[in-house]
Design a protein around this ligand. Structure first.
Ligand SMILES: NC(=O)c1ccc[n+]([C@@H]2O[C@H](COP(=O)([O-])OP(=O)(O)OC[C@H]3O[C@@H](n4cnc5c(N)ncnc54)[C@H](O)[C@@H]3O)[C@@H](O)[C@H]2O)c1
Ligand SMILES: [Zn+2]
Length: 352
């Protein structure tokens, strides 16, 4: 994983250093918008520009049908076992690109060049690839690790502000569950980070990636430790589901979910009230989180469908102090509902 400014300018030689001479066919999966903004910079270091394949933006295009279509485009453009694919875009392009690379001829090499904050700190790390089904998100997929990940900070310059703030919630999460230095850094450098100061962003991205890579390396297939990455996601996913993925960005839902989880942790005594307040303030520093108008009971019902609740056990990630977390399996529906009610009250205060 490479994090820094100006990486695109030397992309091709950097990849050759890792993978050897580039193969006959090099592909880049991207979206039309990103290509219009950054396509020239992307191609600049290649002797022969990669063959561009396009996926329109939006979760509704992350489908098996499009994965098939793209795979067929690779075939008709002369792709073979030796071909190399770049996934150049946000998490959607990354997930679909990785999946196409995983299934084409049982797997070809690929490189992630993530362009959203979220994809730089989260989705490009860990090797999960996949697409959605009408029945649910990410239901078809595969583990397929990229040769390398290049997170170019310059590219974030054109990212909409709301996408940046939402992505930063995953870094707040990273700090809370595993890195108190990151928590402190994010508290002390809010303006630089939101102004996209390259050095500040580089620090936050590198720390977030280090955290996730470390957790994933210790628990590749998600049996135990990896579960802590779901901090804030139990109610976060519930909010997304109840609002049909139309109202909030993922990171925003996770922001609210973390506020609920902090309250639950405080009730259980794994964090003090001062710590809970401090962390909640940190979340709001990178807000504003959009308002919510939901019912707590409905959210709790939606967590029942959370695929992470294996075998009927309600697994829940609780922070322990600042920079540590654990998983408990005995959280009751009543506890969840009261945490959700607390969160909704907070959301109502902020609307007032
Ligand atoms: N594989 C994993 O481990 C993992 C982890 C988390 C999330 N995900 C997946 O990631 C996806 C969400 O990814 P995302 O948040 O990056 O959203 P996204 O890919 O939808 O990108 C968000 C929007 O920003 C635009 N955009 C991207 N980069 C830009 C740039 N540099 N400048 C201007 N506009 C830009 C995109 O065109 C899009 O409209 C979801 O499908 C989710 O399931 C995967
Ligand atoms: Zn997330």
């Amino acid at each position: 994983m490479f994090v820094g400014a100006g990486l695109l300018a030397s992309l091709s030689p950097r990849v050759e250093r890792i993978a050897g001479r580039l193969p006959r066919r090099v592909f880049v999966l991207t979206s039309p918008e990103i290509w219009a903004l950054w396509g020239e910079a992307f191609s600049a270091s290649f002797a022969e520009p990669p063959i561009a394949l396009f996926l329109p933006p939006g979760e509704k295009h992350k489908t098996l049908g499009n994965a098939e279509k793209l795979t067929r485009q690779v075939v008709s453009a002369g792709g073979d076992r030796s071909s190399l694919l770049f996934a150049f875009g946000g998490g959607i392009v990354g997930d679909v690109g990785g999946f196409v690379a995983a299934i084409f001829m049982r797997g070809i090499r690929y490189v992630q060049v993530p362009t959203t904050f979220l994809s730089q700190v989260d989705s490009s790390v860990g090797g999960k690839t996949g697409v959605n089904l009408p029945e649910g998100k990410n239901l078809v997929g595969s583990f397929h690790h990229p040769l390398a990940v290049f997170a170019d900070i310059d590219v974030l310059g054109t990212l909409p502000e709301r996408e940046l703030r939402a992505g930063l919630m995953e870094s707040v999460k990273a700090g809370i569950i595993r890195d108190r230095t990151l928590v402190r850094f994010m508290e002390e450098h809010v303006d630089e980070i939101l102004d996209r100061d390259p050095r500040a962003l580089e620090k936050v991205i590198a720390a977030s990636v280090r955290m996730k890579a470390d957790v994933v390396n210790r628990d590749e297939r998600e049996s135990g430790l990896r579960m802590i990455l779901n901090f804030g996601h139990t109610l976060g996913h519930a909010i997304e589901q109840v609002t049909r993925y139309k109202v909030l960005l993922h990171g925003e839902a996770v922001g609210w979910g973390m506020i609920a989880a902090l309250q639950l942790a405080h009730r259980r005594g794994t964090i003090s009230s001062r710590q809970a307040e401090r962390l909640e303030s940190l979340i709001h520093l990178y807000g504003p989180l959009p308002p919510l108008k939901l019912r707590a009971a409905k959210l709790v019902a939606a967590t029942g469908a959370d695929k992470k609740n294996m075998g009927g056990v309600r697994r829940f990630v609780l922070p322990v102090g600042i920079g540590d977390a654990g998983v408990v399996e005995d959280v009751t529906a009543a506890e969840l509902e009261s945490a959700a009610a607390f969160m909704l009250a907070r959301a109502a205060e902020r609307r007032a």
